[in-house]
Design a binder for this molecule. Structure first.
Ligand code: 0GY
Length: 291
């Protein structure tokens, strides 16, 4: 168990200058606690700042978004109750991605589906989770297949090469968090990022989130060093990209970003109305709200 080691989220984010299209989806954000109601997991690697559903929904409205995709983070591990509670409150305005192990039952999955869960997250980031045998992931993939859910994967760029055979063998829709976490100082031509681009080009079941400028940048708060990475992916794969705030920015080691500034990154990475509509509305609606 760890003491609170969080840096709190921005208390008063600005109104973005960029107006997102009608019906936009923040496709990567979290709810945390509140700990007195939804305690953090004993095996967590960090303790986040409480970030309630009410605060998330207020941010959604403030930034001009219409819907959220709420992603389970490692600090709540397989206890998805805060997530499900938020989904039940949001109704049609939110969908979720859960974190489960292979003991999950059909009945539990069905209950989560009814609340709005449409995917599970497999986390390979070593600083966040202990390693899980691949058989466990395959067993989970088999259990969620009948529900039509997809798999969100979070890994560090250097680990992609080793993961590719496994990701292909999952044989389902995959969404990669945060562009596969490139090291932006290396530039877009670096083999690690090119491997990721080629992986998306070769596998049309693979989507990615062009999110997390705040974590990838070395130039906060303008994030311009991240633009070429995200823009490459948006322009090459316009129908397989999603965007999210990553609010409340768990486990940041530096000051949390102003979420209004993060929204102002969007026109730099998706420069046309068509790309913005796909990124913020059509793609997330197709993946999370299709029946
Ligand atoms: C994120 C980022 C992080 C944390 C988690 O599951 C998690 O704990 O996702 C991180 O520390 O990079 O965007 O979800």
């Amino acid at each position: 168990m760890m003491d609170k080691d969080y840096i709190p989220f921005h208390p008063n984010p600005s109104k973005p200058n960029f107006r997102v299209p009608e019906g936009s989806v923040d496709a990567h954000c979290h709810v945390f606690g509140p700990a007195d109601k939804f305690p953090y997991h004993p095996k967590r690697k960090y303790t986040p700042c409480d970030a309630s559903k009410e605060q998330l929904f207020a941010l959604r409205d403030h930034l001009g978004f219409s819907r959220n995709v709420i992603v389970q983070a490692s600090c709540h591990s397989t206890d998805n109750s805060a997530l499900v509670d938020a989904l039940n409150s949001a109704g049609e305005l939110a969908r979720g991605v859960a974190f489960v192990d292979d003991s999950i039952t059909e009945a539990e999955l069905k209950e989560m589906h009814e609340a709005g869960v449409r995917g599970v997250r497999f986390n390979f980031v070593k600083r966040l989770v202990d390693s899980t045998p691949k058989e466990v992931f395959f067993a989970i993939a088999d259990k969620i297949r009948p529900l039509g859910w997809h798999i969100v994967v979070y890994f560090e760029a250097a680990d992609l090469e080793e993961l590719i055979p496994f990701l292909k063998a999952l044989n389902t829709t995959i969404v990669v968090d945060h562009m596969g976490t490139p090291k932006v100082a290396n530039g877009v031509d670096h083999p690690d990022f090119q491997r990721f681009v080629n992986f998306m080009a070769d596998n049309d079941n693979v989507w990615c989130k062009v999110s997390c400028s705040e974590r990838l940048t070395q130039h906060a708060p303008d994030y311009s060093d991240v633009y070429p990475f995200a823009r490459t992916l948006v322009e090459k794969f316009p129908n397989r990209v999603l965007w999210g705030t990553d609010w409340p920015h768990p486990n940041m080691k530096v000051e949390a970003p102003n979420d209004g500034h993060l929204v102002d990154v969007i026109p730099h990475i998706a420069p046309t109305k068509e790309l913005q509509q796909a990124l913020l509305v059509d793609n997330p609606m197709a993946l999370y709200w299709a029946e």
